[in-house]
Design a protein around this ligand. Structure first.
Ligand code: FAD
Ligand code: SF4
Length: 498
């Protein structure tokens, strides 16, 4: 029997389940496919296309060096090259690691090939879907904090016997320092594009399909060895101070102390456990602050695994949920960054330049705006998916539809992440040089985050009053006059001209 393996673009590691039992590389045929019809589905960031295709080409080359017979196809669709490769190589069985993304599973199921297709369990996460479902069953609420604690115990991370090191499971409250004084942030670790990447850059630049973003400076790593360098750099240079300013945003500081690891983990160039263990080792060996190390480990062992588990746990219609019934179209400035709102302008420009923004920029500015302005969660999700270097269906549904837009009615988040200019002004320096005034909620130059926020609370007062954590905030609405609320509503209807 001849076995063939199709390696998908986010499965670039040698221990992935389709590859891990190949003892004799010379007897296995491998195929990679770059498909144009696939990338035409969304207006992807050019750097994302370069990252994925260049990483695929590098991994294909590594497998060739190990003696595998590797075919690399650039084609319109997946069906045509797969069919002819299966016939040419007389393949009886095509092995594929089950994709993380549900839509891609449908693509595989629609293939018509003259061989069997064997889908192997995905091993890209610490928790399989089955293990997550076992954890979730019979629970009233699927709280991330409960899941995270279970993960700490299960993988024995930052534990002293059965207790958390330091006595507390979660030090989040120590990770919210506003950026008051000048911060001395470390430079990010970037890379020069090699010959393979240069070729992909030229290809992507010449594509005659709608794309997004800038390709003037492509600086992401594209191999496991580069991803390992980013991990080492993070652990040595950035992790020691990762904690305190985790939520801060500063003009011109694209990455602060953040890890910048998501593009690499999501492609399979790094594995979650090696990252978590590297951080834990540094805590013990270098006496790092616990709030930095725990804060980071919680993201990977907690949030990342939890979001993936929820994605496979929820019903098929999750992506279409819209609890607030928000239907406004996405404003054009999300694609152009041309807006007078300085916070959005800065972050959107940064996303165009790099495909990256850190968590609070994504959640409390981009997403927050979508939520309070009443933008369709599905339109916003499509934009995030296209624009971000690390975005895939599994991470988008839960982060945008669930956490960011509360479109699932609170399955995932305990309250909507809605905030006024007060929060942005406290956690960033963006308001200092903005056309709008962060202290005003009506009148000339009133900050849109203020009138949109209050209008959002007022519009959804009936739904929100049942969310225990919102009652206190809703009381403030009662202190506003009907005239002010009317004025706020009129302003909130004009989101396109901001
Ligand atoms: P750091 O904060 O320095 O490192 C933490 C690591 O933990 C990340 O590398 C990531 O792997 C993981 N992580 C933390 N939170 C999450 C989470 N909520 N979901 C998944 N992984 C998490 N993450 C993506 O990987 N791809 C996305 O497309 C993406 N889109 C997001 C959209 C929104 C609206 C929000 C609120 C969050 C999104 N996230 C996404 C989660 C998180 O913002 C990014 O993982 C993080 O900003 C990546 O940068 P970093 O590696 O420097 O992060
Ligand atoms: Fe953003 Fe408002 Fe601050 Fe301007 S004033 S930066 S729009 S929060």
């Amino acid at each position: 029997m001849t076995t063939g393996i199709w390696i998908l673009g986010d499965q670039l590691y040698s221990t992935q389940s389709a590859l891990q039992n190949c003892n004799n590389p010379s007897e296995v045929a491998i195929i990679f496919i770059e498909s144009y019809s696939h990338i035409k589905q969304l207006r992807y960031h050019k750097q994302k296309l370069v990252l994925i295709w260049s990483a695929m080409r590098h991994f294909a080359e590594e497998l060739r060096q190990q003696g595998y017979s590797v075919t690399y196809e650039i084609a319109e669709d997946f069906q045509t090259p797969l069919e002819s490769w299966v016939k040419e190589n007389q393949i009886d069985q095509l092995q594929i690691m089950t994709p993380n993304d549900k839509p891609f599973l449908n693509t595989i199921e629609d293939l018509k090939l003259p061989c069997d297709i064997n889908l192997l369990p995905n091993n890209h996460f610490l928790w399989s879907s089955e293990e997550f479902n076992n954890w979730a069953k019979n629970r009233k609420r699927l709280l991330m904090e409960d899941f995270y604690r279970e993960g700490r115990r299960r993988f024995d991370i930052l534990m002293e016997a059965d207790k958390p090191i330091g006595g507390k499971w979660n030090l989040d409250k120590e990770n919210r320092k506003p950026p008051k004084a000048k911060l001395n942030t470390p430079e990010p670790l970037w890379f020069e594009a090699d010959e393979i990447t240069q070729e992909v850059i030229q290809l992507v630049d010449s594509l005659d399909i709608p794309t997004y973003g800038d390709l003037k400076q492509f600086r992401w790593g594209v191999t496991r060895s580069q991803a390992l360098k980013v991990l080492k750099y993070f652990i040595e240079i950035r992790l020691p101070d990762f904690g305190p300013y985790q939520d801060a945003m500063v003009t011109g500081e694209e990455t602060m102390w953040h890890a910048m690891l998501s593009p690499y983990i999501n492609l399979g160039l790094l594995q979650p456990l090696e990252i978590i263990q590297a951080a834990e080792k540094a805590y013990h060996e270098n006496q790092l602050a616990l709030n930095s190390v725990e804060g980071f480990i919680r993201q990977v062992l907690g949030w990342r695994e939890y979001m993936h588990g929820i994605y496979h746990h929820v019903d098929e219609d999750y992506s279409q949920q819209n609890w607030f019934e928000h239907n406004k179209p996405l404003p054009e400035f999300f694609w152009t960054s041309e807006t007078k709102m300085n916070c959005l302008h800065q972050i959107l420009t940064q996303v165009m330049d790099t495909g990256y923004a850190h968590h609070i920029q994504r959640l409390m500015v981009l997403n927050n705006f979508g939520l309070i302005a009443g933008i369709s969660p599905q339109e916003l999700e499509t934009w995030f998916h296209a624009a971000f270097i690390d975005a895939y269906d599994w991470v988008m549904q839960t982060n945008v539809i669930g956490m960011g837009q509360y479109a699932d009615g609170g399955l995932l988040a305990s309250k909507p992440y809605a905030a006024s200019a007060n929060y942005i002004n406290k956690m960033s320096d963006y308001c200092k040089s903005c056309y709008y005034q962060h202290s005003k909620r009506t009148g000339e130059k009133a900050c849109p985050f203020n009138f949109l926020y209050w209008d959002f609370l007022n519009r959804h007062r009936d739904k929100l009053k049942f969310q225990g954590r919102m009652n206190f905030i809703l009381k403030n609405l009662d202190r506003m006059t009907p005239e002010e609320l009317e004025m706020i509503h009129t302003l909130a209807e004009m989101v396109d001209n901001l």
